[in-house]
Write a protein that binds this ligand. Structure first.
Ligand code: GBH
Length: 458
């Protein structure tokens, strides 16, 4: 570990949580086992042309059968926290109604094993795997799905609320709403701008309805929040139309969900900018949605640079500029820009008044290879995490109440529409054998975490 890394860890307070994140459909596999019902991602990935080379989550990283081994890996890495998601269709195969005991048992064993190893569980209730039966009756465009989610949240926290303190209702509802219903690149693959905003409202409502019911079930000091994705937007030039389109993109990409959560209202001009009518709402919805959360989970990977005046100029269409001269990109084609991460954290604190923040996802995909020698060199991932942590450290020094950092991801996994073609793990997975190999970035992360522990005990 370098001198610079030692300085880096000193910026993070004692008790700061260091973790890694995953999601059920991306790692579990075993989609037909022990009574799990089908999800929209089973159907979507089985539909030709939707996912890279027809990849599916049928086996994924086989985590469902490898929990003990994977927890040993986390322990080896020295993680103080682990963020994972619960597959709703394992708990409620039809989305509502009959509970599948084996599903709850699986997550209870996972939680108990984490606790036995001194790793704090951060549980996400919804990371995109909606039970297919709920989709058949409209999915997130149906208001009833929000009530079904609240019942599901109640069931899970009744079972695990005596030992899990940290909960995330939804992961990136923007993606569920827009990628799922607006442009259709994610399940359920619907292309309907208007439907995206209806779905978005019901996702927010689901969060709002679940919040008080979860808190009632959590025994220790409840920490309930949600994780939102942010992609800060920057203007590529000084022109008026560039300024306008940059603001419109920000409205759509960054403000759509945080504004109702933080302020109890949709941001002004959102629906007009996207040329949709406001979603149907009932009295009291925005109060539920805007109820205080205990923390905000921040997922950030990159920024967007916008060139205005592109026709058509609706912010969900292509107004991004091509490669920024001199910039570096990951395998996803996402620009590496730590400064925007720093500014995002400051904004969430100052403009949105978030009093506790966790980075619940940050990481990078690169072309990692393994030659059979048990070593994976990924210097660019180390540099990425280092630079983003440096930006986070500066935010902490500037007063941002940052409580923890989870890198995406613990393991290489099923990267949604990209299938297995993109590797985000700090641990490599050889999909032929399911062997796990800690990448150089994993070894580096481990050293960093242990340096932070040492610095904290001084
Ligand atoms: C996260 O989403 C997910 O939570 C996680 O499951 C996933 O594996 C990880 O990141 C890596 O991708 O409008 O098509 O240009 C990613 C957040 C937000 C990033 C939307 C891409 C623009 C998509 N994403 N963003 S698009």
């Amino acid at each position: 570990i370098s001198r610079a890394d030692l300085d880096l860890v000193r910026a993070f307070p004692k008790g700061f949580l260091w973790g890694a994140a995953t999601a059920s459909y991306q790692i579990e596999g075993a989609i037909k086992e022990d009574g799990r019902g089908p999800s929209i991602w089973d159907e979507f990935s089985a539909t030709p042309g939707k996912v890279f080379q027809g990849h599916t989550g049928e086996v994924a990283t086989d985590h469902y059968h490898r929990v003990p081994e994977d927890i040993v890996l986390m322990k080896e890495l020295g993680l103080s926290a682990y963020r994972f998601s619960i597959a709703w269709p394992r708990v409620l195969p039809q989305g509502r109604g009959a509970i599948n005991a084996a599903g709850l048992d699986f997550y209870e064993r996972l939680v108990d094993e984490l606790l036995a190893h001194g790793i704090a569980p951060f549980v996400t209730l919804y990371h995109w795997d909606l039970p297919l039966s709920l989709h058949k009756v409209g999915g997130w465009t149906n208001r009833d799905t929000a009530y079904a989610f609240a019942d599901y949240a109640d069931i899970v926290t009744k079972r695990l609320g005596d030992r899990v303190a940290n909960w995330i209702t939804l992961n990136e509802p923007w993606c569920s709403a827009y990628l799922g219903y607006g442009c259709g690149i994610h399940a359920p693959g619907i292309q309907d701008r208007q439907a995206a905003f209806v779905a978005g409202h019901h996702l927010l409502l689901a969060h709002g309805l679940a919040l008080p019911r979860m808190r009632a079930n959590i025994k220790s000091v409840a920490q309930v929040g949600l994780s939102l994705n942010f992609t800060p937007t920057y203007a590529s030039d000084e022109r008026e139309e560039t300024k306008r389109d940059t603001e419109l993109t920000d409205l759509f990409v960054n403000q759509w969900f945080i504004s109702p959560i933080a302020h109890g209202r949709y941001p002004e001009g959102l629906f007009e900018a996207l040329e949709v009518t406001p979603p149907p709402m009932q009295d009291g919805d925005l109060e539920l949605i805007g109820a205080p959360i205990d923390f905000l989970g921040v997922n950030n990977y990159t920024r967007d640079v916008i060139r205005g005046g592109t026709i058509p100029a609706r912010p969900d269409e292509s107004v991004k500029v091509g490669p920024v001269p001199g910039a570096c990109y990951t395998e996803m084609g996402w620009e590496i820009h730590p400064q925007s991460f720093n500014e995002l954290l400051l904004r969430l604190y100052h403009e949105y008044g978030m009093q506790a923040l966790y980075i619940t996802e940050n990481g990078a995909a690169f072309k990692d290879t393994w030659n059979g020698d048990g070593v994976v060199h990924d210097p660019r991932r180390i540099a990425y995490i280092q630079e983003y942590l440096q930006a986070a450290a500066e935010a902490v020094e500037q007063g941002v109440p940052l409580r923890g950092y989870f890198t995406w991801s613990l393991l290489d996994n099923f990267e949604w529409a990209e299938g297995y073609s993109k590797r985000f793990g700090i641990v490599y997975v050889d999909y032929q054998t399911q062997r796990r190999i800690i990448k150089d970035s994993g070894h580096w992360y481990k050293a960093l975490l242990s340096a932070h522990r040492d610095a904290s005990t001084l």
